[in-house]
Design a protein around this ligand. Sequence first.
Ligand SMILES: Nc1ncnc2c1ncn2[C@@H]1O[C@H](COP(=O)(O)OP(=O)(O)OP(=O)(O)O)[C@@H](O)[C@H]1O
Length: 289
Amino acid sequence: MSDCIRLDHLHKSYGHFQLQDISLGVKEGYITGLIGPNGAGKTTLIKMIMGMVHPDQGEIQLFGLDHKEHLPANKDRIGYVSDENIYYEQLTVKQMKKVIAPFYSRWDEDTYGKYQELFKLSPGKKIKDLSKGMKVKFSLAIALSHGADLLIMDEPTSGLDPVFRRELLDLLTEHIQDERKSIIFSTHNTTDLDRIADYIVFINDGRIVFHEMKEALAEKYLLVKGGKELLDRDVRRLFLGIRESAHGFEGLIQNRSEGERYLKETAICETPSLEEIMYFSVKGSDIRV
Ligand SMILES: Nc1ncnc2c1ncn2[C@@H]1O[C@H](COP(=O)(O)OP(=O)(O)OP(=O)(O)O)[C@@H](O)[C@H]1O
């Protein structure tokens, strides 16, 4: 499979914040989850891919084409869902759809009608009167109605109720059955990604910490829980992050086989969730409770 997105040595500076040397290939035909703490640079990265923010340095290719040169043609192939309001507040759902549809060469009115019904979108309702979740549903209906090859979603599930969130995840999994379609999905809700992502990109403080297949993460990392007496200097060195309490510790080891070799007999060794990987990687080794 080829890459639908290729980022080469991207830099973006906002004074105090720098997105630094981001190089990344996003595989066609898969769901890639983008995770990272608040202010890590996820939205900035997504906006660069959308052509809404310009990198200070570096190259972006989408579908094998230089993004600067082919921006309109590339954007025709992207469905974008964000929790920011990108629509005219005073227009109704129907009027807004009428404004947007002509921008897409493969707009499909029947598909839009199907999603309008499925998401219970009232055509006569003004955008400003939609709830946060309904705005996301409208965005999603648009994104799914123009034959986009790539869905780019920035925090799509944050305003959604748990029932629809589940439905959305099913919908995305179904969407990806067509192997030419790809999804990149930024979220704080790591359980959504535990459920549906194929690849995970973890970004912290403007840098990529890792870009891995989700299954590979389970083989790489180890979560260890045990008594504090185990934590001598050599053992501590194994950990990427440790959380200590009066009674014991919980910590993350990046080299699973080495961790198991030292601690399998004396501590509880488990496969960490994405949330645990993120927590310990960001917090480091000095967490006391
Ligand atoms: N237009 C801008 N001008 C100045 N600083 C900006 C601008 N856009 C983003 N930033 C800064 O860049 C940093 C990264 O922001 P970004 O929105 O990309 O993070 P994020 O990972 O999406 O965070 P969150 O999870 O909180 O949405 C932040 O420190 C933010 O204040």
